[in-house]
Design a protein around this ligand. Structure first.
Ligand code: 7PJ
Length: 262
């Protein structure tokens, strides 16, 4: 069966004075809840990569992410992924026992490929992004959105293989919402089989994203049904992993899809 990846963010809320400890406690509770709801993988993020987000320092990201990885690793057998583009965070996360490095920069950062290649078991999710989070939604342009992203992902998989990361450790992701217009996102979903036919598991992150809000005219908290529709479509086009905030609902949607297709 396809897998559900539950999203856990450890990003301290600057409006509360609880600081890091409180946000880590909340993140742990969130992880526990998503595991109970049936998440196969918990994806821990310490840096917001949403459009317009400002970067955080390496130390800050380490302080947010690593203790949480250790705590989840100690108490649960769930797979753990860390959403990071920093090689030092990757190295520490791998040392703490994560199963997947989820990099929205597809290991293009300094030393990132080497950090993953230094392990011989950790998997990596290579995601496509055009531009950088601060500015990527300004005016994204492609010659052919499907072919351009396919070429990028093939180039990055080859770079990984050349560095000694075997192909069975690679996951690919077209990167919904990362330097894409609404039409780009819709075309990517319509043609998602192009990516699943490349021979790598495809991860899809569409949960609550703004192109759903744009089509449905709904706020971020009202995008579950739209997200589920896209999750089912993605599975029917060969996706292997759905990254989501709403694990229980997505697990049911995927079980029904699986019952029909398989
Ligand atoms: C994605 C991600 C995605 C992967 C984020 C958000 C933005 N990692 N991290 N794929 N999105 N692999 O969740 O709205 O689509 S952060």
């Amino acid at each position: 069966m396809q897998k559900v990846m539950g999203i856990v963010n450890v990003t301290p809320d600057s409006f509360s004075d609880g600081g890091l400890f409180l946000s880590q406690n909340n993140a742990f509770k969130q992880a526990k809840q998503l595991i109970a709801e049936g998440a196969d993988i918990i994806d821990i993020g310490g840096e917001s990569t949403r459009p317009g987000a400002e970067p955080v320092s390496v130390q800050e990201e380490l302080d947010r992410v690593i203790p949480l990885v250790e705590k989840i690793r100690a108490e649960f057998s769930v797979s753990i992924s860390v959403d990071t583009s920093k090689s030092l965070v990757m190295r520490e996360a791998i040392a703490a026992g994560v199963d997947i490095i989820n990099d929205v920069m597809a290991l293009t950062g300094e030393d990132s490929i080497a950090a993953v290649a230094a392990s011989d078991t950790v998997k990596v999710c290579l995601m496509h992004m055009q531009g950088e989070p601060r500015t990527m939604q300004k005016n994204p342009k492609y010659d052919n959105v499907i072919e351009d992203i396919k070429a990028f992902l093939l180039m990055r998989t080859q770079a990984c293989i050349n560095a000694g990361i075997t192909s069975n450790r690679i996951i690919i992701d077209p990167g919904f919402g990362f330097g894409k217009t609404v039409v780009h996102n819709l075309l990517l979903m319509k043609n998602l089989q192009v990516f699943s036919q490349l021979g790598y598991p495809v991860l899809v992150g569409i949960s609550r994203k703004s192109f759903i809000g744009n089509i449905l005219n709904k706020q971020v908290t009202e995008r579950l049904y739209g997200s589920l529709a896209l999750a089912v479509l993605a599975i029917s086009k060969g996706a292997s992993i759905i990254r989501t905030h709403d694990v229980a609902a997505t697990v049911d949607a995927l079980k029904m899809t699986d019952a029909v297709l398989n």
